[in-house]
Ligand binder design. Structure first.
Ligand SMILES: CC(C)(COP(=O)(O)OP(=O)(O)OC[C@H]1O[C@@H](n2cnc3c(N)ncnc32)[C@H](O)[C@@H]1OP(=O)(O)O)[C@@H](O)C(=O)NCCC(=O)NCCS
Length: 142
């Protein structure tokens, strides 16, 4: 099931997964996985049947027509099983309900085929994270 974390422990697990997948492998400090404005955004967590948190994603409203997907991460041994797709489809569905017409994101190079498979189009190279992870701006009209 996909829903926002609710309890204190679920929020800890949510940010811990983000940190483990998107920050720790590059030696980044704890805390670097969060932004100052987390409370302003919408959070999506994938829970399995035992209520284990296996995947996360954040949806930011950029303007009345546009959302941005950020901090997409699936637990290491759970990747390739459809969890990322399920999270993206849920964020798309919520975006559609709000009348959003376009979703954008900055994809890591390794994740390009994942987003392309889900119908996102590559626009241009964007920023270099930690001096080494090239990102690419992508979009999908929904
Ligand atoms: C990228 C990531 C979020 C994808 O989630 P996932 O659960 O592993 O992906 P899914 O199993 O839902 O894959 C969805 C589709 O994309 C395809 N896909 C995923 N990764 C792929 C790859 N590297 N190459 C080709 N296709 C890929 C799958 O085959 C699948 O296609 P299908 O549904 O038609 O069978 C996840 O692997 C991850 O957390 N990676 C490490 C962190 C990261 O790079 N995050 C993205 C930051 S921008």
């Amino acid at each position: 099931m996909i829903r926002s974390p609710q309890t204190k422990n679920e929020w800890i697990a949510y940010f811990q997964l983000r940190y483990a997948i998107l920050r720790a492998p590059w030696g980044q400090a704890k805390g670097s996985e969060q932004t100052a404005d987390e409370a302003q955004h919408q959070h999506f967590a994938y829970f399995d049947t035992e209520n284990l948190l296996l995947g996360v994603g954040r949806l930011d409203l950029l303007d009345p027509q546009t959302t941005q997907v950020r901090f997409m991460a699936v637990a290491e041994h759970q990747q390739g099983k459809g969890i990322g797709r399920a999270l993206m489809e849920e964020m798309e569905s919520i975006s559609k309900e709000k009348g959003i017409q376009k979703i954008i994101l900055h994809a890591r190079e390794v994740a390009l085929p994942f987003y392309q498979q889900l119908g996102y189009q590559l626009d241009a190279p964007s920023h270099l994270l930690f001096g080494e992870i090239q990102h690419f701006l992508m979009h999908k009209l929904i």
